[in-house]
Ligand binder design. Structure first.
Ligand code: COA
Length: 180
């Protein structure tokens, strides 16, 4: 079992305190979907719909986490555990919370999650023009491993990005994320 998505008070997976805000990372629940969908729709030209989030929540190898600042959902991460590697399927931060370390915290949590399981490889696809996401991934040691021409329905190319760590250790401890 990954997490119990149905429990009313989800367990916290990580938490920290900035000068003014308590932040936590916990499993996403069905009841989070209204907030998550609002962030999703403001983040992507082709957002996931509610049905797709429900589907991801039902898959045993799909992990969905929310990052909360003062109890409000600030961002989320969806990744697949493929056994020997991890694929990031979705990461987004609420527009009002961007450049405040939410993405970093979610990726730092993923680093620790992978290190605990001895998983060294992580990969994803990102739009060629998505500079914010590409910079975030580069900061976490990802590099471009390939390109898929006209991958998205509007014709934009996708970059394949990945990272391999010999030690599979985290790049830095979770409490060193921005603002902690
Ligand atoms: C990509 C995204 C998740 C980044 O989230 P975030 O919480 O704002 O990221 P962070 O604050 O943790 O940023 C960490 C680092 O990433 C880089 N970065 C993030 N946003 C950036 C931007 N707009 N321009 C340049 N670099 C950026 C910077 O290096 C930043 O560190 P700094 O703020 O100290 O310079 C966010 O912009 C987003 O939700 N975009 C829409 C959804 C999306 O495109 N997801 C990725 C799909 S592949």
């Amino acid at each position: 079992m990954k997490y119990d998505q149905s429990i009313t008070a989800p367990q916290e997976l990580a938490q920290g305190q900035t000068s003014d805000t308590l932040w936590t990372i916990r499993p996403m629940q069905n009841s989070d979907l209204p907030q998550v969908l609002a962030i999703e729709r403001s983040s992507y030209p082709e957002p996931w719909n509610e049905e797709l989030f429900h589907h991801e929540l039902s898959l045993t190898n799909s992990h969905l986490l929310v990052g909360c600042a003062a109890q409000e959902i600030a961002g989320y991460l969806c990744f697949w555990d493929l056994g020997c590697e991890v694929e990031i399927h979705n990461i987004a931060t609420a527009p009002s919370m961007r450049r405040r370390g939410v993405g970093q915290r979610l990726l730092s949590y993923l680093d620790e999650w992978m290190a605990r399981r001895g998983i060294s490889d992580v990969f994803l696809e990102v739009r060629c023009g998505n500079e914010a996401a590409i910079r975030l991934y580069q900061r976490y040691g990802f590099s471009v491993t390939g390109q898929r021409r006209r991958y998205y329905s509007d014709g934009e190319d996708a970059l394949l990005m990945g990272r391999h760590r010999e030690s599979s250790g985290p790049s830095r401890p979770l409490n060193e994320a921005k603002g902690s």
